[in-house]
Design a protein around this ligand. Structure first.
Ligand code: FAD
Length: 437
């Protein structure tokens, strides 16, 4: 049995090893247009120098050495799903099962001047290298888009003494993932560190002769020699002609089967569903890509696994601030017609008497009628990931307010505070509910 995997990113690599574990006798071939693997998540931190390029890049020859997995460095240009043939630039390969894991491409906004020297996206290693070169001669930068990657990049550039402005079309940064009160926590942190933010406006023009010299936002001209566009990604699927693709990517079922027999897909190139509402959406998280790769690889190799889609659990670090979200925020829930009650707990990461405790703010969003946990937003300076994962698991298990009060949490003064912030946040939501009656 020959399984071909197109693309060796987070999803493809996970699919290859999962297929191998499930069926060690299968012939597994990974076709990747670059000769190496690297994760994309660290790229904003490479700019700052916190992470070294050589520590994230692994040549495919090393990655698959003695693994039993074969690879080809080539670009796939077409798939004949009827005859089960993959066409690359240089060759043709037949398959029994195919896994598409080609990821996504950066969206280039339709702004005059996007092709000028000094204007980049931050999506690939090549982008990162170009930006780093440009940073050496840049004193001012503009970032178009104030999402997770835009904010992480702004912090990195600022730490390298580049005066940075973020221009975001929506009224708040990190929107729509966070409610406005949580976006403000990030905005305050960026502001404190000297990042300028322009929200509710777009870059109308990138100005320069051959190289970028400025951007125009309405009537204002902002001088800069570096522009980074961070306005989203789209599935990399143009070469597929006979497989059903929708607005958000390749259509897959819960086994990650596509519309073509024997063809699976995983990672940023697929359309997934949001667990809370079942709405279709783009993928776009490394964590989701890795799990999808695992399921696609296992199923292609003859196993039976189910893909549980996404809760959009995300976390980031902007300067020293950790901030994350899982499930639905209050605004999203209200927009979808949910009756909502939220509870907020503000406290310290350790008991007051113990040195080194840091601010921690937890917001839980509940269904006001059935008390089910719908989402959580958490910000602080330590331990945010643990609390966020706890909330994420509680949502996935269908937990209600009483469950959050009944769960037994751990505690020791040098590590965390008591009670766990889930308790005061839930009690706060309960008090609000009582006041409504
Ligand atoms: C700057 C940045 C920061 C991020 N930070 C986070 C984070 O903190 N947390 C998080 O969860 N997610 C993060 N993400 C998202 C995460 O990186 C992606 O969701 C993940 O990389 C998707 O994996 P993938 O395998 O689907 O796609 P990719 O990693 O993009 O891999 C696709 C691979 O397919 C190859 N390929 C494409 N077309 C072809 C073809 N025709 N023939 C052969 N090969 C092909 C490409 O060369 C590539 O190697 C970040 C993304 C970026 C860009």
């Amino acid at each position: 049995m020959r399984i071909i995997i197109i693309g060796c990113g987070d999803a493809g690599i996970s699919a290859a090893f999962s297929a191998l574990r499930e069926n060690p006798k299968a012939e597994i071939l990974v076709i990747e247009k670059k000769g190496y693997f690297y994760p994309k998540c660290p790229l904003p931190f490479v700019l700052e120098g916190d992470v070294k390029i050589e520590d994230i890049v692994t040549p495919l020859s090393k990655l698959f050495a003695n693994s039993g997995i074969n690879y080809e460095t080539d670009e796939v240009v077409g798939v004949d799903t009827e005859n089960k043939v993959v066409q690359t630039k240089n060759n043709r390969f037949t398959y029994d099962c195919l896994i598409i894991a080609t990821g996504s491409k950066a969206v280039i906004p339709p702004i005059k001047g996007v092709n000028l020297e000094g204007v980049y996206t931050l999506k690939t290693l090549e982008d990162t290298k170009k930006i780093m070169q440009r940073m050496e001669k840049s004193k001012e930068a503009v970032i178009i888009g104030g999402g997770f990657i835009g904010c992480e990049t702004a912090a990195s550039l600022t730490n390298k003494n580049i005066s940075t402005t973020i221009v975001e079309l929506l009224p708040n940064l990190l929107s729509p993932q966070f409610d406005a009160n949580f976006s403000r926590i990030v905005e305050n942190k960026l502001n404190e560190n000297g990042v300028r933010m322009i929200t509710g406006k777009s870059v109308d023009e990138i100005i320069g002769k051959d190289e970028v010299e400025a951007v125009r936002v309405g009537d204002e001209i902002i001088a800069c020699s570096l522009v980074i566009m961070s306005v989203g990604v789209r599935p990399d699927v143009e070469f597929l002609k006979t497989i059903e693709v929708g607005k958000f990517g390749i259509k897959v079922d819960e086994k990650l089967r596509t519309s073509a027999k024997g063809v699976y897909a995983c990672g940023d190139c697929i359309r997934i569903r949001f667990m809370v509402t079942n709405e279709p959406q783009q993928s776009g998280l490394g964590t989701v890509a890795e799990r999808a790769g695992h399921v696609a690889g296992l199923n292609a190799a003859g196993g039976d696994a189910t893909f549980y889609h996404t809760l959009n659990s995300m976390i980031t670090k902007i300067f020293d601030l950790e901030i994350g979200v899982t499930g639905m925020n209050e605004t999203m829930a209200k927009e979808r017609g949910y009756k909502v009650v939220s509870g907020i707990a503000k406290g310290l990461s350790k008991p007051k008497y113990y040195p080194g405790g840091k601010e921690l703010i937890t917001k839980l969003i509940y269904h006001a009628n059935i008390h089910k946990l719908l989402g959580a937003e958490i910000a602080g300076y330590e331990g945010v990931d643990g609390y966020l994962n706890l909330a994420s698991m509680a949502i996935q298990k269908g937990s209600i307010m009483d469950d959050m009060l009944r769960f037994r949490y751990c505690y020791a003064p040098p590590i965390c505070s008591a009670p766990n912030p889930m308790i005061p946040a839930t009690e706060n939501a309960y008090r609000k509910l009582r006041r409504r009656r």
